[in-house]
Every structure is written in structure tokens, then in C-alpha cells.
Design a binder for this molecule. Structure first.
Ligand code: DAH
Length: 371
């Protein structure tokens, strides 16, 4: 460690040599600084007010100098001070830089490692089925619409030709919102039991011709079991134009089923009842698992269609002229058909799923099979 020598005289040569020695020593000590504590003792050794080297040369060299040498020694001491301060600051900076560098190298990215892949999500089988069926109708020129899940009694029932207190309302176990008793019945709010109210909303907004499909969520007061869910999905369809006949209904749905399930699919229509269609029908299609035979191979019976060869899929019919009255269409000028199908039913048949609840549990082991 450097100690301040006594000056033999104050000649420029002596001062030069002493300054040179001092600065060289300071630089050597600075180069040896490796840690924070090294730095602190280095700094104190040179710059501490009490007995640091700078203080020592101030006292030992400058103050002790004879009057006529003071100017010269003072200038020299100032130069030394600056040099020492710079060297000390340099050591501090070097230390900070190397700390930053080592923290960077310890967290450095190894570009040769395989990347972190985020698992990709996949469409839920219900949504996928819904989109696939909607796409079939889009290809036939249908547009896609939607409507509110909280509906009024008017849209969900009355305008669809379910008169107040009509027993047909009982077939749809409706969930009503609380606190609606004060309102007139038609304004009372409920969770829509089907997507059919969007037929009315569409026709109110749009003059014929109308060709639209409406996928959406519906709600019924049904206990959850293997084939029922209080919340499920439907796709509604509506086509209104001049000269639309039951043949158009059959042709459209037959074509849709063939393009969805395969060209060997056949359809069957049986009479049914819905308040908003007349005549009404249930459409079934030949079972796409057994091809309509009810049998798998020679003897095994087909579970999917319960050996009947047919799968009942949707309700449909010609729009009841009364419905046109609610939306300001002229039943003498226009005619049309409508249909509604359950998406879960469709997906269950398609993927051979025997419990509707599997769709809602969010179990990845089930869902990833559709990814
Ligand atoms: N809305 C009916 C239901 O949920 C299904 C339905 C039947 C819709 C016939 C229609 C139709 O558009 O024409 O049970």
C-alpha cells in the first residue's frame, strides 16, 4: 500500500517524480479492486477526509511547502487530486458495469434451447358442430343472425302464436326473471327457451326475402341428466319469400343434411305440431352410423339410432300465417319455412357421445379429443 513520502525538496523534478509515483500507485490499487468492500477501502485509503492520501499530501506537501514554492506545489496537488478522484470514480464505474454484465450473463437466453410452446386451445365440440352446420347454410346464401338470451314473453311466445295460457307453453319449462309480476304479461322477461324469437326480431327489422340462420344459447327449467341440460344450443332457420313451398323446405333440409352428414343420407318428414308453423313436421335422417339399416355388421344392433335406422333431428314447418300478422308481412304475398335443431343432439350423434353433461364439465381429457 502506498504511503506518502516526505519531499526532499520542492524542485519541479522532485514534484514530478513524486506525483508520478503517487498516481501510478493509485492506478495499481484501483486495478486490484474486485468487490464493493475492496472499493470502499480503496476509496477511503485515498480520499478519506481524515488521513486519506489526499489529506496527507495537502498537509505534508502543500502546507509544509515554503512560501515561494506554494503556488507551484498547490497546482501540482490539485492535479493529483483530480487524477485520484478520477481513478476512484473509474473503479466504482468498472465495478457497477461488471455487476450488470454478470447479471445479464446469468439470465442469458440460450437460443439453441427448444422454445416454450403455449398449448393451443381448440374449438369446443358444440361450437364446432354449430359452426359447421351454420357453414352449410351460409353456402346456400343464408345470412347469420343473433338475438338476446333474455327475452320478453311477447317474443318468446306470443308473437310465435303461443297465446297466453295456451298449453303449448307448458312444453317449454320456462325460467322467468324475478320481480316481473307488475308488468303486463307480454313484457315480462324470461330466459329464451328457443331461438325462434329471433325469427320475429329478424322479420321486424327486414322486409322479405329473408334467409337466415340463428345459432344461440337457450334455457329451460330442465334438471340436468344424460340427455338434458338447463342451458343448451339451437340453430334456428328461417326462409321467407314469394312462392316458398313445403318442397323448398324439404329440398333445403335434405341438401343441408347430405352436405353435413354425407351424400348417402336420406331424410324423412313426419307430421308434428308447433304453434308457429302450419303444417309442422319432425325431420329425421337415416342413421349415419348404420346407414339406416339399424344394424352394425351382420348381427350387432346400432346403438346410435336404437336399431330404428333413423335419427330425429329437428322441428320444422311452413311459417304460420298468424306469425306474419305480428311482423307486418302480408301472408297473401309471402310464404316461408322455418326449422330449429338442437346443437348438442347433433354433436352427440356426430361424435357418438352418450352423456350431454360431458360438454359442460370442461374436462380436458374429454375436450382434447376434439383438438
Ligand atoms: N323452437 C322449437 C323448439 O325449441 C324448434 C322449432 C320447431 C323451430 C319448428 C322452428 C320450427 O323454427 O319451425 O322446440
Amino acid at each position: 500500500m502506498y504511503t506518502v513520502p516526505k519531499l526532499v525538496d520542492y524542485s519541479p523534478a522532485t514534484l514530478d517524480a513524486a506525483a508520478k509515483d503517487l498516481i501510478a500507485a493509485c492506478e495499481a490499487e484501483s486495478a486490484a479492486v474486485k468487490s464493493d468492500s475492496d472499493y470502499k477501502s480503496f476509496r477511503d485509503h485515498w480520499m478519506a477526509r481524515k488521513n486519506g492520501i489526499l489529506t496527507q499530501i495537502n498537509d505534508g506537501w502543500l502546507k509544509a511547502a515554503p512560501k515561494d514554492a506554494k503556488r507551484d506545489v498547490g497546482a501540482r496537488v490539485n492535479e493529483i487530486k483530480n487524477a485520484v478522484e478520477q481513478t476512484v470514480a473509474g473503479a466504482e464505474q468498472r465495478l457497477a458495469e461488471s455487476a450488470a454484465k454478470s447479471s445479464m450473463t446469468s439470465g442469458r437466453v440460450d437460443v439453441t434451447l427448444p422454445g416454450i410452446r403455449r398449448p393451443l386451445g381448440a374449438e369446443h365440440p358444440v361450437i364446432r358442430t354449430m359452426n359447421a352446420m351454420v357453414a352449410v347454410f351460409k353456402a346456400m346464401g343464408y345470412s347469420v343472425g343473433d338475438g338476446p338470451e333474455i327475452e320478453t314473453d311477447y317474443y318468446n311466445f306470443e308473437s310465435l302464436n303461443f297465446p297466453p295460457n295456451h298449453p303449448a307453453r307448458d312444453t317449454q319449462d320456462t325460467i322467468f326473471l324475478v320481480g316481473q309480476e307488475q308488468k303486463p304479461q307480454r313484457d315480462r322477461l324470461l330466459l329464451r327457451t328457443h331461438t325462434s324469437p329471433v325469427q320475429i326480431r329478424t322479420m321486424e327489422k327486414q322486409k322479405p326475402p329473408v334467409r337466415i340462420v340463428i345459432p344461440g344459447k337457450v334455457h329451460r327449467n330442465d334438471a340436468a341428466d344424460a340427455t338434458h341440460s338447463p342451458v343448451f344450443h339451437q340453430i334456428e332457420g328461417l326462409c321467407v319469400d314469394t312462392h316458398i313451398t313445403f318442397c323448398d323446405l324439404k329440398g333445403t333440409l335434405d341438401h343441408a343434411m347430405k352436405s353435413f352428414f354425407g351424400s348417402s343420407t336420406r331424410t324423412r318428414f313426419q307430421p308434428s305440431f308447433f304453434p308457429f308453423t302450419e303444417p309442422s313436421a319432425e325431420m329425421a335422417l337415416t342413421c349415419f352410423k348404420c346407414g339406416g339399416s339399424g344394424k352394425l355388421g351382420a348381427s350387432e344392433s346400432c346403438r346410435l339410432c336404437k336399431s330404428t335406422g333413423w335419427i330425429e333431428l329437428l322441428g320444422c314447418g311452413m311459417v304460420d300465417p298468424n306469425v306474419y300478422g305480428f311482423v307486418g308481412y302480408d301472408p297473401a304475398k309471402v310464404s316461408g319455412f322455418a326449422f330449429g335443431m338442437g346443437v348438442e343432439r347433433l354433436a352427440m350423434a356426430l361424435y357418438d357421445i352418450d352423456d350431454i353433461q360431458l360438454f359442460y364439465h370442461g374436462d380436458v381429457r374429454f375436450l382434447e379429443q376434439f383438438a
